[in-house]
Write a protein that binds this ligand. Structure first.
Ligand SMILES: [Zn+2]
Length: 292
């Protein structure tokens, strides 16, 4: 009799608890799928990292730890002209994680003789945005932030804030002075270069370090406007900006990797016409208007 009762007793109805169980099962399945997808993505990203930066990874002085340090660094490049073009191309190719590009101008035809980041179709576009697009094609793994902005005291301070290092590729004293003050205030290194005619120079300024000069230690007097040679009045030898911009990238990468340099205490002078480099020792100026 008991068996019969059992036979005619309908099987337990689908309860709310069963629904919860099946929902939990589906959720667990989805989670496992998502995890597998994430793992595949991570593996693909790791493979791209190993392949893209393999020639850096081979260098004992950089290796995997150094390259990962570069990919987690951020650099602000002030000025996307001749110096900035070369510096930005190498910084992007080398895998600096976040690049901020600050420049107020548009690309013009007479820029293309030396500003190798741009091509003829870029004429008329904002340099910062055009640079961002072109660099993103070179290295889509990094983040690039374009700022179409003039370089003054306020913008130098705010654009430098999220970055580890400033690269000065600007073309006027006011911008250089503003960058110098911002780097001193935030105790961040400044890789400063300039180019005119057949000459170019470079120095790595390290605020906070004993005896490290600042830009105004080297240039205590603001030059009289009419005395400043400009590339649009005296001309500029195209490759000299590329040489110095590339060296700015080298000093920036070394600085991010914690490598010392002669250029922390010496100004490098490049005479492209003679084919010569010279180094001049520089020291803190006790009468500097900015850091003394
Ligand atoms: Zn100084």
């Amino acid at each position: 009799m008991q068996d019969k009762i059992q036979e005619i007793t309908p099987k337990r109805k689908h309860s709310a608890k069963d629904g919860e169980k099946s929902y939990a099962k589906d959720e667990a399945k989805d989670q496992a799928k998502d995890e597998a997808k994430d793992q595949a993505k991570d593996e693909a990203a790791e493979n791209r990292f190993l392949q893209r930066y393999s020639r850096h990874l081979m260098l004992e002085e950089i290796g995997e730890a150094g390259q990962k340090r570069l990919t987690t660094s951020s650099v602000a490049v002030f000025g996307a002209g001749g110096l900035g073009s070369a510096a930005l191309l190498y910084l992007a190719a080398s895998g600096v994680g976040i690049l901020h590009i600050i420049d107020p101008d548009n690309v013009s035809l007479d820029n293309l003789q030396r500003q190798i980041l741009f091509s003829t179709p870029d004429i008329g576009r904002a340099k910062s945005h055009s640079a961002k697009d072109n660099l993103a094609q070179l290295n889509p793994e990094i983040e690039i932030v374009a700022h179409r902005a003039r370089i003054d005291a306020q913008s130098a301070e705010s654009f430098l804030q999220p970055c580890d290092i400033a690269v000065d590729c600007s073309d006027n004293f006011a911008a250089r002075d503003a960058l110098n003050s911002a780097c001193l205030a935030q105790a961040k290194p400044l890789i400063s270069a300039a180019a005119i005619g057949f000459n170019a120079c470079l120095i790595r300024l390290q605020p906070g370090r004993a005896n490290s000069p600042c830009y105004r230690c080297l240039h205590p007097q603001e030059p009289v406007f009419t005395n400043i040679p400009r590339c649009d009045t005296v001309g500029i030898f195209a490759p000299s900006t590329g040489v110095m911009g590339s060296m700015q990238a080298a000093e920036t990468l070394k600085c991010l990797l914690g490598k010392p340099s002669l250029l922390e205490s010496h100004l490098l002078w490049y005479d492209a016409l003679a084919g010569q480099f010279h180094e001049f020792a520089c020291a803190k100026n006790p009468k500097c208007p900015t850091c003394a």
